[in-house]
Design a protein around this ligand. Sequence first.
Ligand code: URP
Ligand code: ZN
Ligand code: ZN
Length: 463
Amino acid sequence: MGTLIQGGKVVSAASTQQADVLIEGEKIAQVAPRIDPAGHTVVDATGLLVLPGGIDVHTHLDMPFGGTMSADDYEWGTRAAAIGGTTTIIDFAIQSMGKPMSEALATWLAKAKDKACIDYALHMVVTDLGPNDAWLDDIDRMVAEGVTSFKIFMAYPNVLMVNDAMIFKLMQRTAKLGALVCVHAENGTVIDVVVQQALAAGKTGPLYHALTRSVLAEAEAVHRVIAIAEMAGKAPVYIVHVSCAESMQEVAAARQRGLPVTAETCIQYLVLSIEDDMGKPGFEDAKYVFTPPLREKKNQQPLWQALHDDVLQVVSTDHCPFRFADQKTLGLGNFTKIPNGGPAIENRMQLTYHHGVNEGRMSLERFVEVTAEAPAKIFGMYPKKGIIAAGSDADILLWDPAARYTITAATQNMHTDYSIFEGFQVIGNARQVYSRGELVVEEGKFIGRVGRGEFLHREVAAR
Ligand code: URP
Ligand code: ZN
Ligand code: ZN
């Protein structure tokens, strides 16, 4: 006996079809125009879309950063994700300087254990290749452990930033393995000079976080890292949080040349801007201090177009929440001390659907592709995740395309005392969420067991 989702429209990147979906145990057993309901529990999906659970490949849960910890741990962050229709995340384990990567992996697996409400995977943030580059071999070990993507920061000097030599060596190794290097691309050393000059001139408020990090600083780093990857043997590269047209154009040029470059933008860059959301009185702008910063509004349309045209493949969140009252205020009087990051994990699917599909910027099929199918393929989880097909995990959203919802901190599940999307009204929301066959969200409430989420051992993706 299984659960039969009957009468909905099943959507993939390739098509939308009226079909029934049979769940047996943790898996999808059958997808067909009509499945005999005898012996099954029937769920009526008439009028609903049946979508693969969302995959957010860029989150920072329980992360030490900016002198504090991100406000959502694995329980709260994954609960909020599930309520918003995301059933898989990829979070970041961060290698400590002077320590092997295996230690970071163990630390982050412990953070997630008994807490994660949905399935999770990890990228490894590489900060140190060790004495005589001895820890390059850790890369192979991580891949064997199912951590098939690595992350480097070209920003945050003296904290996470790595130099070009290290990037090159890392990429020579990942190119051989086919593993992916995710890149935070910003010219950290130039930005640091601009930041120090701003502070010296008394420009200490939160808006200066945005004004000291130019689009050129981002685009230059995107260009440079793609060139380094090519020199290293055409290493596969994934540019995270592309925030502006200039960076997107670097990605477009690389893809046009046939290089294995993929990239994401985040929902905040698609719907928020300096003009609409910053320049507020007092310290309010600190709520929007994340990196890269919000950009001028003129960048939004090119980013949407790039998603449409497959120059960008993924919408993620870079969810890195900090409370305003006691965390963002660490930077009162000095914007460099404001913890960088914002809350978004709960709202990605709603906002991408509303501003993408409802407002005519992308098709329903492309929505499924950028929020689930492409992330699964790029990060080595497909077809286990990212599609509604026989044999795949039963990670399924019953999506009500007519549901109206207003985003507000008053009712959100993320553990921040504000929302960067406060007052946004969307149409389209998850009515039910299944994770590996289990109904975990019903009408906006998490009803699953905390700690049920499993670590995903990922493969090296075919490219
Ligand atoms: O401001 C951000 N994005 N915080 C998280 C770290 C990062 O750069 O992704
Ligand atoms: Zn980043
Ligand atoms: Zn990030």
